[in-house]
Design a protein. Structure first.
Length: 87
């Protein structure tokens, strides 16, 4: 997970080498709170620092479908709108 975060923080996107692993990590079904929190942290880092809007939207959609009960859609959409205000 640290590799994915480092990619986003340094280059604005997940590297080609890590893209498949990151997608697999996000798509992994789990009910463990720690794993869900890790996914949420990666999603928030991607929303705040990522530059690949398709990747961000895909990550959001995947998280909604797998862990919708843990996602505050209003918060996510607010973060996205504020992000575009900063660009």
């Amino acid at each position: 997970m640290q590799e994915f975060e480092d990619d986003i923080l340094t280059s604005g996107k997940i590297s080609s080498a890590n893209k498949g692993k990151a997608a697999e990590f996000i798509r992994k079904e789990t009910s463990k709170p720690d794993e869900i929190n890790d996914k949420m942290r990666l999603l928030l880092i991607n929303i705040l620092c990522g530059q690949d809007s398709n990747d961000i939207r895909n990550m959001i959609d995947t998280m909604k479908s797998l862990h919708g009960e843990h996602i505050n859609e209003t918060f996510i959409e607010t973060m996205l709108s504020r992000r575009s205000e900063l660009e």
